[in-house]
Design a protein around this ligand. Structure first.
Ligand code: HEM
Length: 407
């Protein structure tokens, strides 16, 4: 194995999960390495340019903390270069803004995500977790992703956005179709990405009209009725915020829940330890699960001025891809990083990013994971997968499409 062996732009390279062995070699031998990016699913301009891979914890922190050098807006945050007109839309999304705009827009919504707000939601999250398990407990078997994992994130997101519960399945399908662009199981063959986006926009415009007419304390209402630098939020910005929340809130926490159950079943010693001292160990276990199997595998930046990372010269315009699962297994930060150990202090993990764009939903996601994993371990501690995991074909989201379980 040598650096450059694997084309990390190809989602099939991630077919059995994140290629940790290859990244261990990269971290040791060429922590900032060039990838030619030969893969193109046909949806992006051809040819795609290559990119720098960031694999060490220290370098990922450096890139994330310097948005003036590593821009989220110039080329967006996804690995593939997209056409300029799509970029204009993408830049209306918080995730793909740079300071100073980013600071202003983030301020508008961040109040909805403070730890205090999340604590206020706790009783509702707890009750919802109990009810999700009530629905399946007598069956002793389930398809974990659709029967259990998807419900709590979906419910919370709909609640924050003020979406009626009846529309949940629709939002779920749309967000799957947008994230799973490389997976034929989720991609809707009858609609292009643009058509799916248009349907979501239509939906969010209607929601916006309602919230303008009758403001309430949902996040989306605060956003719709907010101003940045004296200007009202545009429909495009609103649509993008809606899409961002639907995807960021669903695709991530759902997969973290599924990986949690898979990891605990695969490490019965750790599971027993946890079950025997749930209150004390659960918060640590949640962090270790997030460190070990981060649901988001990469985000991208574009270099604004010639610079150096880890001694490697980068030119303005170069693409930089940060690999979160690799930084989370950096031997320089975590002892025995490949060991799943719920008693270790894992809080230095970078699963939620760091710096300017640090995940707004981090406390909310952790609260949801704590509630649902706690409920599962109390009521079905023997839960385990019965067959092969069906993984999403993606190098962006470590997604699981289906995981049959028994308990
Ligand atoms: C385990 C669950 C989650 C993971 C692993 C995750 C991961 C991430 C990461 C890595 C970023 C940083 C992006 C960057 O640096 O470019 C991010 C940003 C973001 N996340 Fe999450 N996320 C999770 C849950 C959530 C939830 C539940 C929500 C909302 C309800 C959410 C909303 C956001 C938003 C709005 C941003 C953009 C922040 C900004 O650009 O300033 N996330 N997330």
């Amino acid at each position: 194995m040598i650096p450059g062996d694997l084309d990390l732009s190809n989602p099939d390279v991630f077919g059995q999960g994140f290629p940790h062995e290859y990244f261990r070699m990269l971290r040791a031998e060429e922590p900032v390495s060039w990838n030619d990016s030969k893969f193109n699913s046909g949806q992006y301009p051809d040819p795609q340019r290559g990119f720098w891979s960031i694999t060490r914890h220290e370098d990922l922190v450096h890139v994330s903390r310097h948005p003036e050098i590593f821009s989220s807006a110039l080329g967006g945050v996804q690995m593939q270069d997209v056409p300029e007109d799509s970029l204009e839309n993408i830049r209306a999304m918080l995730l793909s803004m740079d300071p100073p705009d980013h600071v202003e827009y983030r301020r508008l919504v961040s109040r909805g995500f403070t730890p205090r707000m999340v604590r206020q939601l706790e009783p509702r999250i707890r009750a919802a977790a109990t009810s999700i398990i009530d629905h399946v407990i007598e069956r002793h078997s389930a398809e974990f992703v659709t029967d259990i994992a998807m419900h709590l994130p979906m419910l919370l997101i709909c609640e924050l956005m003020g979406v009626p519960l009846d529309d949940q399945q629709q939002i779920f399908d749309w967000s799957n179709q947008l994230v799973a662009f490389d997976d034929p199981d989720y991609r809707d063959p009858t609609s292009s990405q643009d058509e799916v986006t248009a349907r979501i926009s239509n939906y969010s415009n209607q929601l916006a009209a309602q919230k303008r007419a009758a403001p309430d304390d949902t996040l989306i209402s605060r956003y719709v009725n907010g101003e940045v630098a004296g200007e009202a939020i545009s429909d495009l910005q609103l649509n993008n915020f809606f899409v961002l929340l639907a995807i960021a809130g669903n695709e991530t926490t759902r997969n973290a829940t599924t990986h949690a159950v898979r990891l605990l079943a695969a490490h019965p010693d750790q599971r027993d330890l946890l079950v025997n001292d749930l209150d004390a160990l659960l918060p640590k276990a949640v962090d270790e699960i997030l460190r070990y199997e981060p649901p988001v595998m990469h985000f991208r930046r574009t270099v604004t001025v010639d610079t150096e990372v880890g001694g490697v010269l980068m030119r303005a315009g170069d693409k930089v891809v940060m690999w979160y699962p690799s930084a989370n297994r950096d031997e320089r930060v975590f002892a025995a990083p490949d060991t799943f150990d719920i008693t270790r202090n894992s809080t230095a993990h970078l699963t939620f990013g760091i710096g300017e764009h640090f995940c707004l939903g981090a406390s909310l996601a952790k609260m949801q994971l704590t509630c649902i994993i706690g409920e599962i371990l109390q009521r079905m501690p023997t839960i385990r997968p019965t067959g092969e995991l069906s993984r999403l074909r993606s190098n962006l989201v470590a997604g699981v499409k289906a995981m049959p379980v028994i308990w």
